[in-house]
Ligand binder design. Structure first.
Ligand code: ATP
Ligand code: MG
Length: 506
C-alpha cells in the first residue's frame, strides 16, 4: 500500500528503533495535519529526537511506515529529506565557527557562477540572498560575521533562518528556543505563525510548557519510547501534560527549600572586564549556604561575568576575595584550586567530550582525586563515584561505558552536572543549568541545588526563566548591560521588579 490518508501532511506509523541496550522507539505513531504546529513532548530520553531523525533520514527505523501527503517515503540521508521538503533545526547545533554566517547558511549548496567551463562560488549572490532572508525574518545578523563570534542565541536564530531558507513544507524544530530571549521567542512565534498561514507544518519540540500551549495546535506526548497520545492543545493544561509525560502526578515544580545562608564566602568587588562593552563595576557577596540567582536579559553579560570569575576571561580591574583572602584567578586551573566550579551554558562548545564515554566525561575534571602519586588511577573508586552520581541524577543511559554523544540532550546536561559535583566545589556556578531539561529532572536539579546549599556550599544560578530564578534563589542579582542594576531579596522579588532592573541601563 503506497496510498494513505490525505488528511495528514505526514504520517509516521508503528515506528520502532533500537540502539544497543535501548529500545528508543516502540511502535510510535505521529500524524501531522497541514498548516499546523504539532508539539512533540516527553521527558529526556523519551525518544523525540530519535523519531525526528528517523523522519529526516539520519536513522533508518527498524519497523514502521512513513507517508508524506499520502505517499510512502523512506529517506536514506538528510539530502533526500530536504529535497522532499522537510528541514530540521537540530537540538545540538554544530555550526562551523571559523566560517561566516552566509557560508554556514548555504553550506553544501553555495550559489555558483559559470565562467565558461569553470564555475565559482557567487559570493555576491550568497550575500544578497542571506541579507534578504535576514531582512524578511527581521533578524539583525550580519551575513559576514564569523559564526564563532555570535552568541548562542544568534546561532540559534541563524539555524532558524537556515531551516526557513529551504522553503520546506515541514520544518522540524528540536528545542529551537532553548537559548533565545523572551523577545526572540516572540519573534520566532511570529515567524512560525507566518509559515503556518502559508500551509507549512511545524513539528515543535520543547520542554517549555507555556510555549507549547501558546504556539501549538496539536500535542503528541511520548514516554519511554512509546506514544502516549495526541490531543488538541486547547484541551490540555500544564498539569495534564506533566501528568501524561511522567505518568504520575507532579504537584510541585520546586522542592521544599530550607537552606540557611551563613557567613560570607566570596566577595566580588567592582569587577570590570578588559572589554569596554562587557561587564563593569560588578560587586556582590556570596554566602555559604546561599543560592544567588543572576537575572537579566541576553546581552546583560551574565555569562561573561561568571566566566571571568572562573578564569576564562580577563579582567581589567576589581578584586575577588574568598574567606577574606584576595585571590587571583587567571585560568580555570586557578579557579579549581580555589574550589570554584562552573557548569557552562553551551555544552557542545565547552562541555561534553563527544568521543568519550559517560564514565570518562564524568570523571575528567577530577582525575587528581583518582590518581595516586605515581599516576595510577583507582578505577574502582572512579566507578563507584560515577555510579552514585548517575543514579542520583537519574541519567538515562544503557551503561556508563556508552558514548556520551549517544545520550539524549537533557541527559548529557546531567552528566556535566555530575562532573562538577565530583570536584566538590565550595562555589558552584551554574549557567542555565536546566536548559533542555524536562520537568521531572528539573525538580531533581533544584533538589540538588538546595542539598548543596544545605551542605554549606555557595551556589550561583544564572537563569533566563523568571519562575526558576524566583523559585531557587535566596537573593537575585539583576544585571543590565554589563552592570549590576540591583540585588533583590527573595521575599521582595517578583517578575516585575526583576524586569524593571534588567532594563535599567538599556
Ligand atoms: N545514536 C544512539 N546510540 C545509542 N543510543 C541512542 C542514540 N540516540 C539516542 N539514543 C538513546 O535513545 C533514547 C531516546 O533518545 P532521544 O535523544 O530521542 O531522547 P529525547 O526525547 O530527544 O530527549 P531530550 O529531551 O533529552 O532531548 C535515549 O535513551 C538515548 O540514550
Ligand atoms: Mg532530544
Amino acid at each position: 500500500m503506497t496510498q494513505n490518508n490525505k488528511e495528514y501532511m505526514l504520517e509516521m506509523l508503528h515506528i520502532s528503533k533500537s540502539f544497543p541496550g535501548v529500545k528508543a522507539l516502540d511502535d510510535v505513531t505521529l500524524r501531522v495535519r497541514p498548516g499546523t504546529v504539532h508539539a512533540l513532548m516527553g521527558e529526556n530520553g523519551a525518544g523525540k529526537s530519535t523519531l525526528m531523525k528517523c523522519l529526516f533520514g539520519l536513522y533508518t527505523p527498524d519497523t514502521g511506515e512513513i507517508y508524506l501527503n499520502g505517499q510512502a517515503i523512506q529517506f536514506d540521508n538528510p539530502r533526500q529529506a530536504l529535497d522532499a521538503g522537510i528541514s530540521m533545526i537540530h537540538q545540538e547545533l554544530h555550526p562551523i565557527p571559523h566560517r561566516n554566517v552566509m557560508e554556514n547558511m548555504w553550506l553544501g549548496r553555495y550559489p555558483q557562477r559559470k565562467f565558461g567551463p569553470i564555475s565559482l562560488v557567487d559570493h555576491a549572490k550568497m550575500f544578497a540572498d542571506t541579507k534578504k532572508l535576514m531582512d524578511d525574518l527581521q533578524m539583525e545578523i550580519n551575513p559576514k560575521t564569523r559564526v564563532g563570534e555570535l552568541s548562542v542565541s544568534h546561532i540559534q536564530s541563524m539555524e532558524i533562518a537556515k531551516a526557513v531558507s529551504y522553503n520546506s513544507k515541514i520544518i522540524i524544530m528540536d528545542e529551537p528556543t532553548s537559548s533565545l530571549t523572551e523577545t526572540e521567542v516572540a519573534h520566532l512565534f511570529r515567524i512560525i505563525n507566518g509559515l503556518r498561514a502559508k500551509g507549512v507544518s511545524i513539528i515543535y519540540i520543547s520542554h517549555k510548557m507555556e510555549e507549547i500551549l501558546q504556539i501549538s495546535d496539536d500535542v503528541t506526548i511520548m514516554r519511554d519510547g512509546k506514544h502516549v497520545g495526541t490531543w488538541l492543545a486547547k484541551e490540555l493544561t500544564i498539569d495534564l501534560i506533566i501528568n501524561r509525560m511522567v505518568g504520575r502526578d507532579l504537584t510541585h515544580r520546586f522542592p521544599p527549600k530550607n537552606n540557611v545562608p551563613a557567613q560570607t564566602l566570596m566577595k566580588v568587588d567592582k569587577l570590570t572586564s578588559t572589554f569596554p562593552k562587557s561587564f563593569k563595576n560588578v560587586s556582590f557577596e556570596l554566602r555559604r549556604g546561599e543560592v544567588l540567582g543572576i537575572g537579566g536579559l541576553v546581552g546583560a553579560q551574565r555569562t561573561e561575568l561568571v566566566e571571568a570569575i572562573f578564569g576564562l576571561r580577563s579582567v581589567a580591574s576589581g578584586t575577588i576575595t574568598i574567606n577574606d583572602q584576595p585571590v587571583t584567578i587567571h585560568s580555570p586551573v586557578d579557579a579549581k584550586r580555589h574550589k570554584i566550579a562552573l557548569l557552562t551554558e553551551e555544552r557542545r562548545v565547552s562541555g561534553i567530550i563527544p568521543t568519550m564515554s559517560v564514565h570518562d566525561n564524568t570523571i575528567i575534571a577530577n582525575l587528581k582525586k583518582y590518581s595516586n602519586r605515581f599516576g595510577f588511577i583507582n578505577y574502582a573508586l572512579c566507578r563507584k563515584d560515577v555510579d552514585e552520581n548517575i543514579a542520583r541524577l537519574r541519567v538515562k543511559t544503557p551503561t556508563v561505558k556508552t558514548l556520551i554523544a549517544n545520550l539524549s540532550g537533557g541527559n548529557q546536561q546531567k552528566v556535566l552536572l555530575a562532573r562538577w559535583l565530583l570536584t566538590e566545589p565550595d562555589v558552584l556556578i551554574l549557567d542555565e543549568p536546566t536548559r533542555g531539561i524536562d520537568v521531572g529532572a528539573k525538580f531533581e536539579i533544584y533538589s540538588l541545588i538546595f542539598e548543596l546549599a544545605n551542605m554549606g556550599k555557595a551556589v550561583i544560578v544564572i537563569s533566563s526563566e523568571m519562575p526558576e530564578l524566583l523559585g531557587v534563589s535566596d537573593r537575585i542579582l539583576v544585571m543590565s548591560m554589563g552592570q549590576a542594576a540591583g540585588i533583590l531579596n527573595r521575599q521582595d522579588a517578583d517578575q516585575e521588579k526583576i524586569m524593571r532592573l534588567a532594563t535599567q541601563f538599556v
